[in-house]
Design a protein around this ligand. Structure first.
Ligand SMILES: *[C@@H]1O[C@H](CO)[C@@H](O)[C@H](O)[C@H]1NC(C)=O
Ligand SMILES: *[C@@H]1O[C@H](CO)[C@@H](O)[C@H](O)[C@H]1NC(C)=O
Ligand SMILES: *[C@@H]1O[C@H](CO)[C@@H](O)[C@H](O)[C@H]1NC(C)=O
Ligand SMILES: *[C@@H]1O[C@H](CO)[C@@H](O)[C@H](O)[C@H]1NC(C)=O
Length: 473
C-alpha cells in the first residue's frame, strides 16, 4: 500500500513537473510544441497571427522572399488581417474556375471598350502569397501574386488604355524601359497563348493581345503580350521574358501589381526559364501569416535535407495544373477507411492560390468524424461559414491535436503541420481547415494552408513534387 501510494505520489509529481516544465518552456519560448507519434501539443496562442512581422532571412541566389497577402510582412499590408469569411468565398469561386477551365464559352471582354463597372467579388486567389520581382531596364520593383495555378505572368501597364485598379507601387511604364518590346500577332509566341490562358489572342495594329480571366470570371486582365527583362535577384536576370502588359485590368484586384504564373505551360515562368533552372522551383509557405517564406528556382536551391517525392499527374481536362495523387489519409496514426477510388475518380491538383483543401465528400466526412473523435475533450463551437468542425479553445492555454497524415502515390506520408490543421476564425472559434468539394466526382484541390511550413519542391523535368518538413527555417 505504501509502495502504491508512493508510486502514485511520484506519478503526480512527474505530471506536475512535466506540466510546469512545459509551461516554463512555453513562457520562455513561444514555439513550444510537443510532438507525440500521433498527436501534437502546442500553445493555442501560436495558432493566431501576430500583428507584427517576424521575418526570417531569405538568403541565397535565385531566392525571393514570399509573404502572405494579408499579413504584416507584406510590403502592401494595410492593417487588415485575413478575413476567413472572405477567403472561403474566394476559394469556392477559384474552385469553380479551376473546374471549369477551358470549357467556358464566355463572351470576350474588350480592350478597346470603355471601363465597365464590374462588381467582382473574387480575384485570382483568396489567401494567396506575394513575391517582389524586378521588371524592365532600369528595373522597377513590382509585387505580384505567386500562382502555380495559372501560366501567364502579367502586370498593369501604362498608359492603362482602358482601366487600371489602384496598386501600391508605381504602375509599370514600358516607355521608361529600354528592354520592352511588343510581340507581333504573327509571332509563334502569340499563337501559343491559348493553351496557357484558355483564350484566343487578338490583334491590334499587329500587336498580340492576350486575355486572362479569374475567379468567377468577373476578374480579368487584357493587354499587350510583350517581352521584357525579368530580374528575380541581382544574379538571376531573364531577358526576353514574355508577359502580359495589362491595359484593361478589372475585378477583385487590389494593391498588388499583377501575377507571377508558374503553371505547366509554355508561357509560364517555369518553361521560359527552363534552360536556366531546368524546370525546377520550390517554395515554403510560412506557418503563420506573420512570418516570411521563400520562392526559389533551380535544383541546386532545394534547402531541405530530406524531401519525399510523389509523381506529378495530369488532370486531363486541365493540363496546366500540377496533379498529385492522394492514396489515403490518417488521423492520429489510424488510416481512415476511404475507398481508394474516391480519390482516383476525379483526381487532385496542388494549388498555391486555393486556401483550404477540398476533398471528396466521402473523404471529408471520414476525416471530420475521426478528428471530432480525437477532439472530444474540447468544447465544440458553432460552424463558421463552411467550416463545420470548430472548437472554443478560449479557456485553454495548450491544445493537443491529432496528427493528420496525407499519403500520396510513391507512396509517401506527409504529416501536416498544426498550422495546416486548425485555423483561428476568431478568438473563440478554431476550425478544422478542410472542406468538402461537394461531389465525389469533382476534382480535389490540395490547398495552401495544408502546404504551410513544408518546402514544396517542383521537379517538373523529373515529373515529381516533393515535400520537405520544416522547410521554412
Ligand atoms: C545572408 O544574409 C546576411 C545578411 O544579409 C549575410 O550576412 C550572410 O552572409 C548571408 N548568407 C549567405 C549564405 O548568403
Ligand atoms: C469579412 O468578409 C465578409 C464577406 O466579404 C464580410 O461580410 C465581413 O464584413 C468581413 N469581416 C470583416 C471583419 O471585415
Ligand atoms: C484610387 O486612388 C485614388 C488616389 O489615391 C483615389 O482618389 C481613389 O478613390 C482610389 N480608388 C479606389 C477604387 O480605391
Ligand atoms: C505596342 O503596341 C501598341 C499597340 O499597337 C502600341 O500602342 C505601342 O506603342 C507599342 N509599344 C511599343 C514599345 O512598340
Amino acid at each position: 500500500m505504501t509502495t502504491a501510494a508512493s508510486s502514485c505520489a511520484s506519478f503526480l509529481i512527474k505530471i506536475l513537473l512535466c506540466v510546469s516544465f512545459l509551461c516554463l518552456l512555453c513562457l520562455s519560448e513561444k514555439a513550444c510544441v510537443v510532438h507525440g507519434a500521433d498527436e501534437i501539443t502546442l500553445p493555442v496562442s501560436s495558432l493566431f497571427p501576430s500583428p507584427n512581422c517576424k521575418a526570417s532571412t531569405t538568403n541565397g541566389s535565385s531566392t525571393l522572399k514570399l509573404v502572405h497577402k494579408h499579413g504584416p510582412c507584406s510590403p502592401l499590408f494595410n492593417g487588415e488581417l485575413a478575413n476567413y469569411t472572405q477567403f472561403l468565398l474566394e476559394d469556392s469561386a477559384r474552385a469553380k474556375w479551376i473546374r471549369s477551365q477551358f470549357s467556358g464559352t464566355n463572351t470576350a471582354n474588350d480592350l478597346k471598350g470603355s471601363a465597365v463597372s464590374v462588381k467582382a467579388k473574387y480575384g485570382p486567389g483568396g489567401e494567396s502569397y506575394l513575391v517582389t520581382i524586378g521588371l524592365g531596364t532600369p528595373k522597377k520593383d513590382l509585387t505580384l501574386l505567386f500562382d502555380t495555378g495559372s501560366a501567364l505572368t502579367w502586370t498593369q501597364c501604362e498608359p492603362c488604355v482602358v482601366s487600371c485598379y489602384n496598386q501600391t507601387e508605381a504602375i509599370f511604364d514600358p516607355s521608361q524601359s529600354s528592354s520592352y518590346a511588343n510581340i507581333s500577332c504573327s509571332s509563334p509566341s502569340c499563337s501559343q497563348l491559348p493553351s496557357g490562358t484558355g483564350r484566343q489572342p487578338r490583334c491590334i495594329d499587329s500587336t498580340c493581345v492576350y486575355e486572362q480571366q479569374y475567379g468567377d470570371r468577373e476578374s480579368f486582365t487584357i493587354g499587350f503580350f510583350a517581352t521584357e527583362t525579368l530580374t528575380l535577384s541581382p544574379t538571376d536576370v531573364i531577358s526576353g521574358f514574355q508577359f502580359g502588359c495589362g491595359q484593361n485590368n478589372q475585378g477583385n484586384f487590389k494593391e498588388f501589381a499583377g501575377l507571377l504564373g508558374l503553371a505547366r505551360d509554355r508561357i509560364s515562368l517555369v518553361e521560359q526559364s527552363a534552360t536556366k533552372y531546368d524546370r525546377s522551383f520550390s517554395y515554403c509557405l510560412p506557418p503563420s501569416i506573420s512570418s516570411t517564406g521563400y520562392l526559389t528556382f533551380g535544383k541546386g536551391s532545394v534547402k531541405s535535407a530530406s524531401v519525399s517525392f510523389t509523381p506529378i499527374s495530369t488532370v486531363s481536362r486541365s493540363p496546366i495544373f500540377y496533379g498529385i495523387d492522394i492514396i489515403g489519409i490518417s488521423v492520429g496514426g489510424k488510416p481512415l477507411s476511404i475507398p481508394s477510388t474516391v480519390f482516383s475518380n476525379a483526381g487532385t491538383i496542388i494549388d498555391s492560390g486555393t486556401t483550404i483543401t477540398q476533398l471528396p465528400p466521402t473523404a471529408y466526412s471520414a476525416l471530420r468524424s475521426a478528428f471530432r473523435q480525437a477532439m472530444t475533450k474540447y468544447k465544440m463551437s458553432t460552424p463558421a461559414s463552411s467550416f463545420d468542425t470548430c472548437y472554443d479553445l478560449s479557456g485553454s492555454t495548450m491544445v493537443t491535436v491529432p496528427v493528420i497524415t496525407f499519403s500520396f502515390n510513391g507512396p509517401i506520408d506527409i504529416n501536416l503541420d498544426p498550422s495546416g490543421v486548425l485555423i483561428p476564425v476568431d478568438p473563440s472559434k478554431m476550425c478544422l481547415a478542410f472542406a468538402s468539394s461537394g461531389d465525389d466526382r469533382d476534382l480535389s484541390i490540395y490547398g495552401n494552408i495544408q502546404q504551410r511550413s513544408f518546402e514544396v519542391v517542383y521537379d517538373v523535368a523529373g515529373g515529381r513534387i516533393g515535400f520537405g518538413a520544416k522547410g521554412c527555417s
